[in-house]
Design a protein around this ligand. Structure first.
Ligand SMILES: N[C@@H](CCC(=O)N[C@@H](CS)C(=O)NCC(=O)O)C(=O)O
Length: 234
């Protein structure tokens, strides 16, 4: 088997917050694949693979690079079909895509608006000016203006997980049922992101997402336990 490298976003104190990188760390663990994590700042990305990619996660394997968490998940199932699959069937794959896009629309953007200033403040010094300039352009206002409306954005982000809460009410330990799957990794990635850098609580202390997240954090030898989830809840 060839060596796998995962380019993983690094911020201050060697935290690794990227929600999309978390998905792939879980995906690699799900498949039982070992890898070398290569920490990079946002402004290091253009130097990877001759500038072929604009975002992390990037996986490098056998002289090729794969970018975008969805592309990488597909690649891992294709390259390692005999290992536990991320998508057990084409139907499951499509449903996971639906979960990914639905959650991005319901919670992803509100999370970014809520925590964009925290992300900025946690970035490596070399990445801050780029991040500020690109995100202020994206939102058409300053990071400080977004932070000023933070309570409203957090309420909206919290509500964006309601479909996950209702699904968990069914009683299964994981969103994917009795066993964890890619849908769990998508949702957990968002929460581990905020737990890594957030300075204001996202969830109420009795949120049903918390016991589920604790289960996900405990998977694969406690993969997600490097992030203290306590700060997520009031
Ligand atoms: N659709 C992509 C999104 C990846 C993404 O947005 N990654 C962020 C880090 S969390 C990034 O690399 N941003 C680069 C930049 O802002 O220049 C995926 O699923 O991998």
């Amino acid at each position: 088997m060839t060596a796998i490298r995962l380019y993983d976003l690094q911020v201050r104190d060697d935290r690794r917050p990227s929600p999309f990188c978390w998905r792939i760390k879980y995906a690699l663990a799900h498949k039982g694949l070992s890898y070398e994590a290569v920490p990079v700042g946002l402004t290091d990305i253009p130097a990877i693979a001759g500038g072929a990619h604009k975002t992390v996660p990037i996986v490098e394997e056998g002289g090729k690079t794969f970018c975008d968490s969805w592309v990488i998940a597909d690649h891992l199932d294709e390259a390692y079909p005999d290992r536990p699959r991320l998508f057990g069937s084409p139907t499951e794959r499509e449903l996971c895509r639906f979960v990914e896009l639905s959650l991005f629309m319901s919670a992803g953007r509100a999370l970014l608006k809520s925590y964009v200033k925290d992300i900025h403040d946690h970035l490596l010094d070399k990445d801050r000016a780029y991040f500020r300039q690109s995100r202020e352009k994206l939102f058409g206002c300053t990071l400080e203006e977004l932070a000023g409306a933070r309570a409203e954005h957090i309420d909206s982000a919290r509500a964006g997980f309601d479909s996950v809460r209702l699904t968990l009410k069914g009683g299964a330990p994981f969103l994917s049922g009795a066993h964890p799957g890619y849908a769990d990794y998508i949702v957990a990635g968002f929460l581990l992101w905020i737990a890594s850098i957030g300075t204001a609580p996202l969830l109420k202390s009795d949120d049903p997402l918390l016991p589920w997240l604790d289960r996900v954090q405990g998977l694969y030898g406690g993969l997600g336990r490097s992030v203290p989830a306590g700060a997520l809840a009031a």
